[in-house]
Write a protein that binds this ligand. Structure first.
Ligand SMILES: [Fe+2]
Length: 382
């Protein structure tokens, strides 16, 4: 189904937000404890200056927000009756805020209450996606929410907020952006509109990720990555992703590897599989070749062009000291063999598998995990 819509209004920099904040009377802020205790919520509260204006900060969001957190947030929002809701933070506070607004709106009319997402890391694209993931910690289950009603009304992209992001997080989240861009470009639901966003995101990552990693104060690079994250988020929110994300979700859950890092490790192996590098070249190889040409890495053959894009992803990992294999990420052989079955099963059932450009079986996924465990070079043979 070809579709594309873009609900969220994007504001780049903080000027537009400052103007908006002056007009609100009751601002409900969803964030995490670190943002509150470090005083970073002052980014918002200093501009809530209308006569009689009030704000309330809900800062109980933890990584992988759970049902209890959402329930507590819903009851606070219903009590406070805001005229604006703002999510400030990484993917977790934004996901939690989306769920809080979604469930609160069933009990209280929030139609005239703008929902504003302000990401402080450049990775998830959650500020423009119709997805949120909520965890039931007691059952150890993650529930994906998918609904247009989860889309924020505004997203504020201010690179200043990402200046203090540690280099490891810049690396992991940056590779998550690259994975979103590449997977959304080749997936089964991609169309010309989503691909335009994916293409620009790939170009921006190629141009700015290493610079943002090496120099946290390079605001041009930081803004480039912030924009790339949002563009790729809008692309995958419309088109979907692929098995790199399916496999990263399962690897993250079983081996406790950060989402971006899990994607970074798996991406080259998944690309090699999708391109048919070890067997017969696929249509997807042609798509990778298009992206390679876009960033000046095209070659005379489709195969070499696709391989050049795969090597670009591998080089990024090396330069940002991201582990090259699941083993290097600290997973022992014994643990790997124990979790391989459940990971494969979970990855196959993951919703991202349905939009992967190449059909795959459990055996295929298991083989990719095995290659990624030992850093097999077979997948990249020239
Ligand atoms: Fe991701």
């Amino acid at each position: 189904m070809d579709r594309f819509d873009f609900h969220t209004k994007i504001m780049i920099g903080s000027a537009g937000l400052r103007e908006m904040l002056k007009g609100f009377q009751r601002v409900f802020i969803v964030t995490d404890r670190f943002m509150k205790e470090s005083g970073r919520t002052g980014y918002l509260t200093q501009y809530i200056t209308a006569p009689g204006a009030e704000y309330r900060i809900f800062s109980d969001v933890t990584p992988d927000p759970d049902i209890d957190t959402v329930t507590a947030g819903v009851s606070m929002i219903l009590d406070f009756k805001p005229d604006a809701v703002i999510a400030l933070g990484g993917g977790s506070p934004i996901d939690a805020a989306k769920a809080i607004v979604y469930f609160a709106a069933r009990q209280y009319d929030l139609r005239d209450c703008p929902f504003i997402a302000i990401p402080t890391t450049s990775g998830t694209g959650s500020e423009v996606s119709r997805f949120a993931v909520i965890t039931d910690k007691a059952k150890g289950v993650k529930y994906p929410l998918i609904d247009d009603a989860l889309l924020p009304d505004y997203a504020v992209l201010d690179a200043e907020l990402t200046r203090s992001v540690p280099e490891k997080v810049t690396a992991d989240t940056g590779m998550d952006v690259l994975t979103h861009a590449i997977e959304s470009y080749v997936c089964t639901e991609a169309n010309s509109f989503t691909q335009a966003l994916s293409e620009k995101a790939v170009k921006l990552v190629d141009q700015y990720l290493l610079a943002a990693y090496r120099n946290p104060d390079d605001l041009e690079a930081r803004q480039g990555m912030h924009n790339a994250s949002c563009l790729a988020g809008a692309a995958f929110s419309n088109a979907g992703l692929g098995i790199c994300h399916s496999m990263a979700h399962a690897l993250g859950a079983q081996a406790h590897i950060a989402h971006g890092k899990a994607n970074a490790i798996l991406l080259p192996y998944v690309m090699s599989y999708n391109a048919g590098c070890e067997s017969t070249l696929t249509k997807t190889a042609g798509r990778y070749a298009e992206l390679a040409a876009l960033i000046g890495m095209g070659a005379t053959s489709t195969r070499q062009s696709a391989l050049n894009l795969i090597h670009m992803a591998r080089r990024m990992n090396v330069r940002m000291k991201i582990p090259q294999s699941i083993k290097d990420a600290g997973v022992s052989r014994e643990t790997f063999e124990k979790i391989l079955g459940p990971m494969t099963e979970a990855a196959l059932a993951d919703r991202c598998t349905a939009t992967n450009p190449e059909r795959c079986t459990a055996e295929d996924i298991e083989a990719i995990y095995r290659q990624a465990f030992v850093k097999s070079s077979r997948a990249f043979r020239e």
